[in-house]
Design a protein around this ligand. Structure first.
Ligand code: BGC
Length: 354
């Protein structure tokens, strides 16, 4: 089932913004807003059958427009940071808006997280929302006209599938992701330290003081970044480690063992003991940026229900290719050619463990 409701008025465009809620028979619902294509709510049962909202977000459209943090948003044209806000492609240097110190973050000044997406609902047993956006040639300094389609589908087995597709008429980088902040105990349940996390990644990307990858691809073995066996997020988060210290916690790219796959594979499992909720992530992408919400603190923008925004009370699992690939020849290829289609699938499946 899909229902549509007014969220607010976007003053800058004098238009109403709508939210869409998809529900399935498994007791799960997902609400998506036209603004930034953001996921504003996911309700899913715990081991006692009680449903709770497990994602961070705001009550008002205004906060989605003004606040930082990219809560729930679709991020593009290129997720994460581009060093110096610049890259050279086919001999031409492109300059992007520097919205993160001297770097460009998550698409620039008005990235796709801050654009209004056209939403087409398709009701059924497995309700679906198809979101589209046109990004003009030169948008935020990126070359080429891009057309993007993102499909959110709520499956019967309490999984949310997100499928991205994009085409271009000039060579351009593209690296899309979704920036949902999860707390499986419920978004208002406090610290994420006790969540048990497993990531099938044998390497990660160390970063410099600006959180830009240095170019090294380092083994996780013997480091706090080894999540190949399940461990709590909190166990090693305060370890004496340069990358953790720089980021104030986890905020690194983890490279899945074996790299990208043709079809989505199970790569991440998260378990929260109090609720018994389990989140299993399947993707075809080569990497995930695991971000433990270190910069989530905000006095200005409380979350839903007036809950103070506090650091490390939610985490993001942003599937993608390697950040700043445009400036690292040894990283993944993120350049899309005019005759190709960028595709990316991620499935967030919820279940419970007694
Ligand atoms: C990045 C963080 C950044 C945050 C912004 C994450 O994807 O990894 O470094 O601060 O987005 O909300």
């Amino acid at each position: 089932m899909i229902t549509k409701h007014e969220f607010g008025t976007l003053e800058s465009e004098s238009r109403k913004i709508y939210n869409y809620t998809m529900k399935n028979r498994g007791g799960m619902s997902v609400t998506v807003t036209e603004f930034g294509g953001a996921i504003v709510e996911i309700r899913v049962p715990d081991k006692f059958g009680r449903d709770t909202d497990v994602v961070g977000g705001y009550d008002s459209l205004r906060d989605y427009v003004l606040a930082d943090g990219y809560l729930g948003a679709l991020v593009g044209r290129v997720a994460n940071r581009i060093a110096g806000g610049t890259f050279t492609l086919d001999g031409e240097t492109h300059r992007l808006f520097r919205n993160n110190g001297k770097n460009s973050l998550h698409g620039g000044k008005v990235g796709w997280s801050h654009r209004v997406w056209a939403v087409k609902p398709e009701d059924g047993e497995e309700p679906k929302l198809t979101l589209t956006l046109h990004s003009p040639d030169g948008d935020e300094g990126y070359p080429g006209n891009m057309d993007v389609t993102v499909t959110y589908e709520l499956l019967s087995n309490n999984a949310l599938s997100i499928r991205y597709e994009a085409t271009t008429d000039k060579r351009t980088p593209v690296n899309l992701t979704n920036h949902t902040y999860f707390n499986l105990g419920g978004y208002a349940s406090g610290s994420i330290r006790d969540h048990v996390l497993q990531i099938e990644a044998d390497t990660y990307l160390p970063t410099d003081a600006d959180l830009i990858p240095t170019g090294e691809i380092r083994s996780v073995a013997g480091t706090p970044f080894d999540f190949r066996e399940p461990k709590t997020i909190g166990r090693d988060m305060d370890a004496d480690n340069a990358d953790l210290k720089t980021a104030g916690g986890y905020d690194q790219c983890f490279n899945f063992t074996g790299g990208a796959t043709k079809a989505p594979e199970r790569r991440i499992i998260v378990y929260e003991p109090n609720s018994g909720r389990v989140l299993t992530v399947f993707t075809d992408q080569p990497c995930v940026q695991f971000y433990s919400g270190n910069f989530l603190d905000s006095a200005e923008f409380p979350m839903k229900g007036g809950l103070p925004r506090r650091k490390q009370t939610a985490f993001c699992l942003e599937t993608q290719a390697m950040p700043d690939s445009v400036n690292h020849p040894n990283f993944t290829n993120t350049i899309l050619n005019p005759n190709e289609t960028y595709t990316h699938t991620v499935i967030y499946r919820f279940s419970v463990q007694q």
